[in-house]
Ligand binder design. Structure first.
Ligand SMILES: [Cu+2]
Length: 627
């Protein structure tokens, strides 16, 4: 193989003595079915009493894809085959490294036999699907090369677009980056009655960014900078294709958009200023369409968009763009990028974001660039109108929740090489009292910035006193703002290369201690000395995080802003959809989000984590236990 292996993969092969040849000579399918996993809950066999309507074989393996002109690119790729059931349960995306679209109906019973032909462990998570805990692709269920795991679940979701992707701890980011992801379309009767554009007029758009070397091979960085901020590519791919062009007719289309990037956040808009018409979000259709000048799309989020190309001339083009915005990355980082851009262009911070020294191929997050072109190649007269009413569903109220005065906290804290939730990194079997949730309840959850992780480490993040904890945090962080905002800029510059290397250099050697006094393995910070310095550092590091909760979709109750981030927030706020059902929500700097989430039907452990995949692998992941 010519492409560079992720280092975890190399480590694994060293440990096991496996190479590619070893992986290829694994036992046959049936033999593998008999293998017992040597770790975790491991391989699971089919249950003959589960009467499946659809049976699929799903394989993950090393492969090659033609992404750029010239040499093919080494990738990881899913492939799927319908064994029994409707043939359109698998829809290929020709020539793409992406997994095929899987298409199911509400109420269908699905059996999926997943075979891991990768040279490292893996497990499939069904992002957005409401399935039992043992079917959810928990990291501890990872299977080894050559092993098979059988999933069996009923589709309980309403119509929507979801994602299948790996979820092995500390391997998710690389495996997704190297190609392991695909879409899951759920159909139901309510959606079908609407007669929305279908067939060739319904287009999936999976947006990802990648970086290639001169031999067309994927490059994945593992610097502290990449891990702390998230890895960003310098080229945007749609459906696994570079410089994507879609040939369209003069009529309405339904665009099923998914952000499959590791860390990149998009601000989607049409190049001619046409408003964005939003039909649905992560968990399916809204009650009625929402019209916005632009719409934000963070990793793990989905959008269901209406676009009518009627009245456009043959041969004309429209570009789906990402517009400039602020707040995705720490202020210090953004200020530095702007200054570098300014120096290169001879204009101030307001000038063209980040060209110049960054190189225009570098494609900074928050800059303006094209995502895909839509070219009118056919004029037709038939069309359909956008429905004004889309769906009916129950709206959750605060008074419906079991804990209206004591929200379950999800406190986000950042530091160089240390990304935590509720002050703790991911660890198996580390369920905190407030992470134990009674079955069949609606819970109020509050996601906020808990700079430095002091909050949970001081025991404030329990259900009983979470509220006081948050008020305290809000008070102390406003003091921090002033210190941190004095000169957000140039500290890291003197060290040249790495954006944040200066700051990170200063931070190295510090030690992070949890409440029990034990050093946290993934952390480089110390907040034991109290709020002071780490709180300030937290503010300086404050950035956007797409927070994903496994299990059922939730509804956003409120979003509020504190601190000095209002200016940056102005650049994104009209693109944040708060209605509908969500499973991933973008927390901007200074923001607090309250949501209501049902914990129904299934007991067991369900992850919650940042869907910036580098953050997730760094430990910004925890789990709820439904009891
Ligand atoms: Cu994050």
């Amino acid at each position: 193989m010519s492409h560079s292996f992720p280092s975890s993969r190399r480590r694994f092969m060293q440990l096991t003595g496996l190479g590619m040849a070893g992986a290829a000579s694994f036992p046959s399918w049936l033999d593998a079915m008999e293998m017992k996993s040597s770790k975790g809950r491991g391989a699971v066999k089919a249950d003959p009493s589960f009467k499946a309507d659809v049976e699929l074989d799903l394989v993950a393996r090393s492969s090659q894809a033609q992404i750029l002109p010239g040499k093919p690119t080494g990738v990881f790729s899913y492939s799927a085959k319908v064994m029994t059931g409707p043939k359109d349960s698998v829809i290929e995306i020709p020539g793409s490294y992406l997994g095929p679209l899987l298409q199911f109906r509400t109420g269908q019973k699905v059996r999926i036999q997943f075979k891991n032909e990768l040279p490292e462990e893996s497990i499939v998570h069904w992002h957005g699907l409401h399935v039992p805990a043992e079917q959810d692709g928990h990291p501890s269920d990872s299977i080894l090369p050559g092993e098979v795991r059988v999933y069996e679940f009923e589709i309980k979701n309403r119509a929507g677009l979801h994602i299948y992707h790996p979820h092995s701890h500390e391997r998710t980011a690389t495996q997704v980056y190297y190609g392991l992801a695909g879409g899951i379309l759920i159909r139901d009767a309510e959606e079908e009655k609407l007669g929305l554009p279908a067939g060739e007029f319904e287009l999936p758009l999976v947006i990802q960014d990648r970086r290639f070397d001169e031999n067309n091979q994927l490059v994945y960085g593992r610097t502290l900078h990449d891990r702390t901020l998230g890895f960003a590519g310098n080229r945007v791919l749609v459906n696994g294709k570079s410089d994507p062009v879609f040939d369209v007719s003069t009529r309405a289309y339904r665009l099923r958009v998914m952000n499959g990037s590791n860390s990149r956040i998009y601000k989607l808009a049409w190049s001619d200023g046409t408003a964005i018409s939003v039909l649905g979000v992560d968990g399916g259709l809204l009650e009625s369409p929402e019209i916005r000048p632009y719409v934000m799309l963070a990793p793990g989020e989905r959008l269901d968009l209406w676009m009518d190309f009627t009245g456009r001339g043959l041969g004309s083009e429209l570009v789906l763009k990402s517009l400039a915005f602020k707040g995705a990355l720490p202020k210090m980082h953004e200020a530095m990028m702007a200054k570098m851009s300014g120096m290169a262009h001879g204009v101030g911070e307001g000038g063209g974001m980040m060209g110049g020294m960054m190189g225009h191929h570098e494609l900074p997050i928050g800059s303006e660039y094209a995502i895909a072109r839509f070219r009118i190649t056919r004029v037709i007269s038939e069309n359909t109108r956008m429905p004004t009413q889309l769906s009916r569903y129950r709206t959750y109220r605060l008074s419906d929740t079991a804990n209206p005065d004591h929200p379950i906290p999800i406190g986000v804290s950042e530091g160089p090489g240390s990304m935590l939730l509720n002050g703790r990194p991911y660890a198996f079997d580390d369920i905190q009292p407030f992470e134990r949730v009674p079955l069949n309840t609606l819970q109020l959850v509050e996601i906020s910035h808990a700079h430095g992780g002091h909050e949970a480490s001081q025991g404030k993040a329990s259900q009983t006193d979470a509220k006081e904890g948050h008020e305290m945090e809000a008070g102390s962080s406003s003091g921090m703002n002033q210190g941190a905002s004095a000169d957000p800029g140039m500290k890291g510059m003197q060290h040249g290369g790495g954006m944040m290397s200066g700051m990170m250099g200063n931070m190295s050697g510090m030690k992070h201690e949890a409440s029990d006094g034990k050093a946290q393995p993934l952390s480089g910070m110390d907040h034991g000395g109290g709020m002071g310095m780490m709180g300030g550092m937290g503010m300086m590091m404050s950035m956007a995080h797409p927070i994903h909760l496994h299990g059922q979709q939730f509804q956003v109750l409120s979003r509020s802003l504190s601190g000095d981030d209002a200016g940056d927030y102005e650049t994104v706020k009209e693109g944040l959809i708060t209605s509908g059902f969500k499973d991933t929500v973008l927390l901007m700097p200074g923001e607090k989000i309250r949501l209501i989430k049902p914990f129904e039907d299934f007991r067991g452990r369900f992850m919650y984590h940042c869907h910036n995949l580098e953050h997730e692998d760094l430990g910004m992941m925890r789990e709820f236990e439904i009891l």
